[in-house]
Design a protein around this ligand. Sequence first.
Ligand code: IPE
Ligand code: IPE
Ligand code: MG
Length: 250
Amino acid sequence: MARKPLVEVDLERSPKHIAVIMDGNGRWASRRGLPRLEGHRRGYKALKNLLLAAADLNVKMITAYAFSSENWRRPADEVGGLMKLIAHAAKVELGYMKKEGVRMMASGRLHELPKPVREQFEQDIEETRNNTRIILNIAVNYGGRNEIIDAARKAAGMVAAGEITPEQIDDKLLSSFMYHPELPDPDLLIRTAGEMRVSNFLLWQTAYSELYVTDTLWPDFNKDELIKSIVSYQGRTRRFGAVVEEGSKK
Ligand code: IPE
Ligand code: IPE
Ligand code: MG
């Protein structure tokens, strides 16, 4: 018998776009005396298990932070292992994504990634581009500052070429130069493993995202945890700097 969630989610008011900082894989592993890479493997499984659950909760897209522009500072064997795992997952899950209607996207300086990752991503993105059930946007070699720098360079190039004036650089123009301007800003930003920081994730796009931090380590983050985060989100009043009457939600 399917277990009923403790609190109901209002499907009409689910966050459309959830961003998630999948943190705590290393701690999950070391608490069990396992190698850190085993934590990363379990973390990948946790993400896979959440995808369709999220779609059932009316979530339309998930941007998942898999590897930051700063994570290259980790020991070479962990970085190598992560890159191998990412390439492997992208390869073996292509069939699953096609079958289940998952559309894959990627954010980051992808051209700097090892060739097997880059090429497998290209194939996945191409072969799932017509899927509509849920979007999985994987952030790899992603840094929020780099994304803004890349956008600023484009704008500067246009100014230098005389195509626009500096005054024409505004919120809308810079937004259009981000890696995926077609994705709306995240409604909800989840961070697992308790750290109260954004670690260079989606700095531009999370200006008004609701934050949810849980002590649960990423490999343990399951559908019940996702429901908890959505219920918390649905209890918030989003103001976007304006005045909103008490009692009216969103
Ligand atoms: C998050 O888990 C995954 C990546 C950053 C690749 P961590 O590896 O950061 O896990 P902790 O923070 O050491 O527990
Ligand atoms: C953020 O986690 C990056 C990812 C989850 C991919 P980190 O573990 O790298 O962040 P810090 O170092 O604790 O800020
Ligand atoms: Mg960490």
